[in-house]
Ligand binder design. Structure first.
Ligand SMILES: Nc1ncnc2c1ncn2[C@@H]1O[C@H](COP(=O)(O)OP(=O)(O)O)[C@@H](O)[C@H]1O
Ligand SMILES: [Mg+2]
Length: 221
C-alpha cells in the first residue's frame, strides 16, 4: 500500500437513545493509503454514515484514535476542525445535494468562497474541476436542468475544488443506473490516480465495491 493518509484505531461510537447508550461502532479500525480507494459495505444501520461523519470530524468518537497525515486530529479545537474539513475533506452525498436554482458554476464556487479563495483564482479552478468530470459544457446551466448522473458529477467537482486529501462519499451511486455508476467510479479512479486523492466510498453495490482497492465490511459495528 501507499503511505497511509489516515488511520483510525479501535474507534467506538455510542449514541444516547432514550437515555440508553447504544453502541454503533465497536473497536473499529481502518487504514487508508494516499490515493487509495476504499469501499465500506454493510447492512443498513451498521454505522457506515456514522463512520464517515467521524472521518470528516463532524462527529467525535466515544473512544479510539484518529490520525491523519500523522496528526492526531481528535485533539484539534473547533476552529482547527473547521479548517481541517475545509482543507482536507471533500464530501459527496447520495442525492447530490446541490443548491437549486443556481448554476453549475455557482454550486462549485461555493466551497471556494467559503475557503476565502480569491475571485481571480476561483474561475480557473472551477473550469479545471468541471473539465475533470466532463461538465464544462453545462457550466451555466441551472442545477435543476441536469440529469441524475450530471448532478452527481457536479457534486464530485464541488468536493474536489479545494484540493482535498480525501473524498468521503456516502452512497454516491445510490440513485444512478449502472452506466452512470460506472462513470462516477471511473472519475473517482482518475482523481485518485492523478492527484493521489484518497476515497472512502460507502456503497451497497457489489460492483462499485469491487472497483475499489480495499473493501471493508461493517456488520453491527
Ligand atoms: N444522531 C444520532 N442519534 C442517535 N442514533 C443515531 C444517530 N445517528 C445514527 N444513529 C443510529 O446509529 C445506527 C447507525 O446509523 P448509520 O451510521 O446512519 O448507519 P448506516 O449508514 O450504516 O445505515 C442506527 O441504528 C441509527 O439509528
Ligand atoms: Mg447511511
Amino acid at each position: 500500500m501507499n503511505s497511509p493518509l489516515l488511520e483510525i484505531n479501535s474507534i467506538t461510537k455510542s449514541y444516547q437513545i432514550a437515555g440508553q447508550d447504544v453502541v454503533v461502532l465497536k473497536q473499529f479500525s481502518m487504514t487508508v493509503g494516499k490515493g487509495e480507494m476504499v469501499s465500506i459495505m454493510g447492512p443498513s444501520g451498521s454505522g457506515k454514515s456514522t463512520l464517515l461523519f467521524i472521518l470528516g470530524l463532524f462527529l467525535s468518537p466515544t473512544a479510539g484514535t484518529y490520525s491523519f497525515d500523522n496528526r492526531d486530529v481528535l485533539q484539534l479545537n473547533r476552529k482547527e476542525q473547521a479548517g481541517f474539513r475545509r482543507n482536507e475533506i471533500g464530501f459527496v452525498l447520495q442525492g447530490a445535494d446541490l443548491l437549486e436554482n443556481s448554476t453549475v458554476y455557482e454550486n462549485v464556487e461555493y466551497p471556494l468562497i467559503y475557503a476565502q479563495s480569491k475571485r481571480s483564482g476561483r474561475q480557473k479552478r472551477i473550469h479545471e474541476v468541471l473539465d475533470q468530470v466532463k461538465l464544462s459544457h453545462r457550466i451555466h446551466h441551472s442545477s435543476n436542468q441536469l440529469s441524475g448522473g450530471e448532478r452527481q458529477r457536479v457534486a464530485i467537482a464541488r468536493a474536489l475544488v479545494n484540493h482535498p486529501s480525501v473524498i468521503l462519499a456516502d452512497e454516491p451511486t445510490g440513485q444512478l443506473d449502472r452506466e452512470n455508476s460506472l462513470q462516477v467510479m471511473n472519475y473517482f479512479r482518475a482523481i485518485a490516480e492523478q492527484t493521489e486523492t484518497s476515497l472512502v466510498i460507502v456503497t451497497h453495490d457489489q460492483q462499485v465495491a469491487e472497483f475499489c482497492d480495499q473493501i471493508i465490511i461493517i456488520d453491527r459495528g
